[in-house]
Every structure is written in structure tokens, then in C-alpha cells.
Design a protein around this ligand. Structure first.
Ligand code: SAM
Ligand code: SF4
Length: 357
């Protein structure tokens, strides 16, 4: 087995979130993506070296994200090139990658792309959708009006169909829906989104609006607490708790009426009102090769010195091991102890689309 270092709070490394670009084809105001990527994006061999180094330190799950990862032309090639890490035997001292997942807004997920991703070896897709009508989607995705929102909605609904037809099975957790909920933006979409997910047999993950980045105008008043989301949906369709998986981000609920079938759980990600830092096993690497040990961190470790001109696997692994061993972040839990004003002004964070969520 790969030897997994523990951080200063005794947490192992398990999940790598790799951002492939900070750019996006949408402009969700809670995220505020970049219009340009920073110079010096990582190359395919550099990304492979990075993933392999983190697998050696305990990473078993890779999530590809952005910005919008479907904008990255080398996505399928990267997934295919990672397959040898998947095929390692249990107990291999170099570790093994068990799962490759993707988070996407789905706009570019046509039938052919979904098939290509499946063929390349992608295991799971999470699609993000914050409303079920054109006006709500437009508001949450930063689009001009209801017609533009309606067009995006149609594409995401088609993406759900294409992913399912390509073989991503919601009943086996291979296709899920994410929605960020803000009090004044789309709180009225809770029931419509839950109804859509039940109809489609999908797990819906409702995410509290987080104070990631410095430009999304986050205010505590805009956060709809997860408990309130669960209460509102539970009043329409009674729910029973399933709990939070070890190292998971979502607390999960099952519909008592069995509506939507085995895949249609409800998950809530309550990183503001019920932080789960104590259990966090995630490392984030940006498209230009900076490693962040917390979603709310301001700075990351630039890994390019160990990647250029050629990847140096031993030095890279040593740098990452040192970073993880020194990790002490627990920003969400610390925020919970701050006053609202201090939480707003307290820290500068890297932007969400740079870190990849
Ligand atoms: N573009 C892709 C997408 O939207 O799924 C992947 C990148 S996006 C940064 C990853 C996830 O972060 C999305 O589900 C998005 O809704 C979520 N997200 C972005 N900004 C957020 C914020 N301020 N608070 C909570 N979740 C956020
Ligand atoms: Fe783009 Fe995703 Fe950010 Fe929305 S949340 S702007 S889709 S990167």
C-alpha cells in the first residue's frame, strides 16, 4: 500500500481535485470565473506526473474540474492516459487510482462527447444546474435573459440524457446534479429542482453559497442554511437521514416514498452552517500547477519547479508530502467562530474557478 502521510490534524490524503482551466462558458455570479487562463498551464505529461505523485501519497479519487473542464480539449486524452494507474493491484506499494469523476455545467456535453468520456474511462459525472426555468438559470449563470437561460437549461437536460445513454448510471451514483442555492437568487427553485431530480432518478446535491474568492459579493444573509433546505423539501416529500460518508462533503437523505428510485437521494453540502473540516481529505491543484490544501486558502504551493523542464517524480512526491504533513487548514470551522462582519472581511481567498470547487 502507498504510505499516506497525515496532516497536523491527523487527516489522510484521499481526493485530488484537479482544475483544468479557470475559464468558463458561463458566468455564475457566485463563482465569477476568469476570462483568460493564467500563463503556463500544465501539460499532459506534467498532469500525469502530478496525479501519479498524489496517488503515491494516498489519493484514490480524482475529480476533474475547472472553470469548465469540457473547454479543455485534452480531457479525454488525460483520462485515457490515467488508466494504467487504475489497473494497479490492491496493495501495490505505489498506490492505485480507484475513480475518476468530472464536475461540469454540462453545456458542452453532447452525445458524442459523453460517449468519448465513457470510452476514455471516466467513472462519474456531476452536472451543475441551479434552476428549472429560463429566468432562474439565467440569473444564476450570469446570462442576459430568460431566453438565454432557457437555451442553457435545454442543453443541460440534454446532457443528462446523453450521459445516461453513454452508460453513466444514476442508480449507481455515476450521474448526479449539483445546485448552489442563494437566498435571493434561487431559493424558490428548491422544490422544482428536487422534483426534476426525482423524475430523472438523480441524486441532487444542494450546496450552501460559500465565501470562496473575493469577487462574488458573499454575505452571510445570502446563505440558505442546509437545514432549511432539507426542511422545505421534506415538507413536500418526507425524508429520512442516511448520514455523511466518511470524508464525504454531503449529508444525505432518502425520500420516504421511494420516489425517484435508488439513485434519487438528496444531499446537502453545509460547509457554512455545519463545516466538516475535521474530516477533509482533499487536495486541490490549479490548472497552472499550484497546490492548495483548503478551498478557502489564499495561496498555494507552486509545483512547477518540480515539473519543469521535466517532471522529477521523487522531488515532486517529497514536496507534496511535506505540504500535506504541514497542513493545518480548517477555515470553515474557524469561520463558524467569527462574527458575521469578521467572516466577510476576515480573509482573502483564491477564486473558485481557479480552485475548481
Ligand atoms: N464549471 C463546472 C460546474 O459548474 O460544475 C465545474 C467547476 S465549478 C467551480 C464546481 C462546483 O462549484 C459547481 O457545482 C458550482 O456550482 C460550485 N460553486 C461555485 N461557486 C460556488 C460558491 N461560491 N459556493 C458554493 N458552490 C460554488
Ligand atoms: Fe462556470 Fe462552474 Fe463557475 Fe458556473 S460554477 S461560472 S459553470 S465554473
Amino acid at each position: 500500500m502507498a504510505e499516506c502521510p497525515l496532516d497536523l490534524h491527523g487527516r489522510p490524503l484521499g481526493v485530488l481535485r484537479l482544475s483544468l482551466t479557470a475559464r468558463c462558458n458561463l458566468a455564475c455570479p457566485y463563482c465569477c470565473p476568469d476570462t483568460e487562463d493564467p500563463p503556463g498551464l500544465l501539460t499532459l505529461p506534467e498532469r500525469l506526473a502530478l496525479v501519479e505523485a498524489t496517488v503515491g501519497l494516498g489519493v484514490h479519487t480524482l475529480r476533474l474540474t475547472g472553470g469548465e473542464p469540457l473547454l479543455h480539449r485534452g480531457l479525454e486524452e488525460l483520462i485515457a492516459a490515467l488508466q494504467p494507474l487504475r489497473r494497479r493491484e490492491p496493495g501495490d506499494p505505489r498506490g492505485a487510482l480507484r475513480e475518476i469523476a468530472l464536475t461540469s455545467n454540462g453545456v458542452l456535453l453532447g452525445a458524442e462527447r459523453a460517449r468519448q468520456l465513457k470510452a476514455a474511462g471516466l467513472d462519474r459525472i456531476t452536472l451543475s444546474l441551479d434552476g428549472t426555468d429560463g429566468a432562474s438559470v439565467a440569473r444564476m449563470a450570469g446570462l442576459g435573459g430568460a431566453a438565454a437561460g432557457g437555451a442553457v437549461l435545454e442543453k443541460v437536460l440534454a446532457a443528462i440524457r446523453h450521459a445516461r445513454e453513454a452508460g453513466f448510471d444514476p442508480a449507481r451514483g455515476q450521474l448526479k446534479l449539483n445546485a448552489v442555492i442563494t437566498r435571493s437568487g434561487n431559493a424558490d427553485q428548491l422544490l422544482p429542482l428536487a422534483a426534476l431530480a426525482r423524475e430523472q432518478g438523480l441524486e441532487l446535491r444542494l450546496i450552501e453559497f460559500m465565501d470562496v474568492g473575493n469577487r462574488n459579493g458573499w454575505e452571510p444573509e445570502q446563505v440558505l442554511p442546509a437545514a432549511e433546505m432539507v426542511a422545505r423539501i421534506g415538507a413536500a416529500w418526507p425524508l429520512e437521514p442516511v448520514g455523511r460518508a466518511p470524508h464525504g462533503t454531503a449529508s444525505r437523505w432518502r425520500y420516504c416514498d421511494g420516489g425517484g428510485g435508488p439513485g434519487a437521494h438528496l444531499g446537502v453540502v453545509a460547509s457554512i452552517t455545519a463545516p466538516f473540516c475535521g474530516d477533509c481529505n482533499r487536495l486541490r491543484i490549479t490548472a497552472d500547477g499550484r497546490a492548495f490544501t483548503c478551498l478557502f486558502a489564499a495561496t498555494g504551493l507552486d509545483l512547477r519547479p518540480w515539473l519543469r523542464p521535466h517532471p522529477d517524480p521523487a522531488a515532486l512526491e517529497a514536496a507534496l508530502r511535506g505540504l500535506w504533513r504541514e497542513r493545518r487548514d480548517r477555515w470553515s470551522e474557524e469561520r463558524a467562530s467569527l462574527s458575521a462582519a469578521a467572516a466577510v472581511s476576515g480573509a482573502r481567498h483564491a477564486e473558485m474557478a481557479y480552485l475548481g470547487g
